[in-house]
Design a protein around this ligand. Sequence first.
Ligand code: ARG
Length: 584
Amino acid sequence: MDLPFHVASHVDAALRAAATRLGLAERGFQPEVRVADPAHGDFQANGALTFAKREKQNPRALAQQVVDALDADTQAAFDIALAGPGFINFRLKPATLLAWLGRYDSEAHLQSGAATDHAGQTWVVDYSSPNTAKQMHVGHLRSAVIGEAICRLLAFTGARVIRDNHLGDWGTQFGKLIYGYKRWADPAALAADPIEELERLYKLGHAATPDGSPELDEARAELVKLQNGDPENVALWKKFSDVSLAAFQQIYDRLGIRFDHNLGESFYNDKVDRIYAELTATGLAQESEGALVVFHPEHPRFKTQPFLVRKADGASNYASTDLATAAYRAEHFQADGIVVVTDFRQADHFEQLYLTVRKWFAAKNYRVPELHHVTFGAVTGEDGKALKTRDGGTIKLKALLDEAEERAYAIVTEKNPELPEAERRDIARAVGIGAVQYADLSQNRSSNYVFSWDKMLALDGNTAPYLLYAVARVRSIFRKASLDPAAPPTAGASAPETPQELALARKLVQFADAVQLATQQLRPHFLCLYLFELAGAYSAFYAADKVIVDDPAVRARRLLLCHRTLIVLETGLHLLGLRTLERM
Ligand code: ARG
């Protein structure tokens, strides 16, 4: 049988076919397949029970009928048993496990297997998206790390992913910044650390232009000049964007991020008039005290709390540019899906935005893409309060990543003092940055994330060092046996047999379920948890079963299990944005 990558969908399809043969499908039979408790099997189908209850039939008898109607290939591939009041349990036979492992033998083959409903679709992912002329701080970490993992998961399952950095590069702050820049800019400081200098100039500009002062009028005049295309101010603004992006890119390089586009808010300046016109013409927006607003009468809060899409002074705002952004992504990129990654505080904005976009697109007969707002909780210290430097300042992302590498370097040096300095530095980069990424990704993103150096750098537990070490350990088996880890001798492998081999093989097959769950829910922690469990199953196997034994069939199958563990761990960690190591 041609066993697919995602075994649960095969079981689902086989049960549907059986139900069709029995005439149950048209009466609403649903298989309800899920991953089972390992004590009972690999997958469990609850649908016969649900169906029989509803139809007032004997559930066990009905479940047996469905099992008997399964095609011969499926019957041969699984041990199938009825349990309890009418559950159907499926356990992959050892020979089937071997066939699956034989087929998914490289990162590329895992990827082609994983291609599912996203295949051929275009997804735009808007993440990181910091504001220009400011440094990235610890609050910018989660969007970048979670967003990149989501991009990789979507691409892995077949989507064409467009990474778009929606920079906050427009707004009233640029009046004050230009005001400060023209008076106090220090060329030497600008050359040395441009963003630091821009932050200083903004602060000076802000302090020098208190409310009601003539200086504030001057700063406003700078803003108006910029908005009207004054060449000097436009050139300055452009310079602010350029130096900001260059500084951001240094962080992105360390996190393995490369954007396809940096279409910031300013890009949509000339695209908002159409929004006002269409929202007004379709009757969605109305004037209110000079402003343009959208209400959603069906919504408990947004029926009275307006979505302000144009300010009373006629200026655009965050909502106007985001509406124009949605249209641009749907039309120019032909997006099938749009994902925006920001913290939970923007939940209302995006709920109102998406409600508005759906109604507006429907009214104009535009195709509506799938719209997702991926939110995450705050980063806090171990005391539960916002993470700050000792003197109460915000922690710069650059300083945080430097510290991660320094701490990892100290650990690596203590463990492996004999390794050359350059290699220890390289390991420290992968472990330090990986620890920061993984600690963020391994928790459900909806919760606040407690930042703890000791936890994220621990060599055991659900951490990057533990998983990177698991990878290095499998690699060392091949190295010690002088075998090529990319193509170990696995021909003639027999089917898994010992309890630890079987448990490990089953865990490997579940990679498909973990990828599917993480991608469907846009929640990378499901993949983290899976990788942690896989590493555990590998440890148990390695402790129980010697790999390099004399019996050629046993040796080949154990090498096969080691190799597949290696590629699944590495593929999974790469999907999360981590770099894996040969040794550590
Ligand atoms: N610049 C915004 C911020 O720093 C995030 C932008 C998110 N993307 C968007 N299309 N609104 O909060």
